[in-house]
Ligand binder design. Structure first.
Ligand SMILES: [Zn+2]
Length: 127
């Protein structure tokens, strides 16, 4: 009986964020783990064929729970920061719109004044 367990193209290595890789080296530096895993880095990589930990180490349930709490706090902070940034951007956008509208209005007033002066000049026979 043959097995494809050691087929190098098989994506059997799973990092702690659940991404699959065909080699441990790539799995151990998974970029997604930084954002998506509670650890903020690749804590461990598992060979899904054998369930063996091939990089790092598995956390205990307690470790995971306490880290999860920390990560959730961090994610909430990031979310709040992102939200604040978005509101700031929006406020700036509205300020720009307002400034642009004012500039347009001022230009319109100026143009109207120019026209009035021209009419007045004409009426007074200056032209
Ligand atoms: Zn990952």
């Amino acid at each position: 009986m043959t097995t494809s367990s050691f087929d190098s193209s098989a994506y059997i290595f799973e990092c702690c964020c659940g991404e699959r890789f065909n080699n441990v080296a790539a799995a151990s530096v998974c970029k997604k783990c930084r954002s998506y895993s509670v650890w903020g880095y690749t804590k461990y990589v598992i060979n899904t064929e054998t369930d063996a930990v091939v990089h790092g180490e598995l956390p205990t349930d307690e470790e995971y729970k306490s880290q999860e709490a920390i990560a959730e706090k961090r994610w909430a902070e990031e979310q709040a920061e992102w939200q604040q940034q978005r509101e700031e951007d929006e406020r700036r956008w509205w300020e720009q719109q307002e400034a642009a509208a004012k500039a347009t209005a001022a230009a319109a007033v100026e143009a109207a004044e120019d026209r009035l002066w021209a009419i007045q000049d004409k009426m007074l026979g200056h032209v």
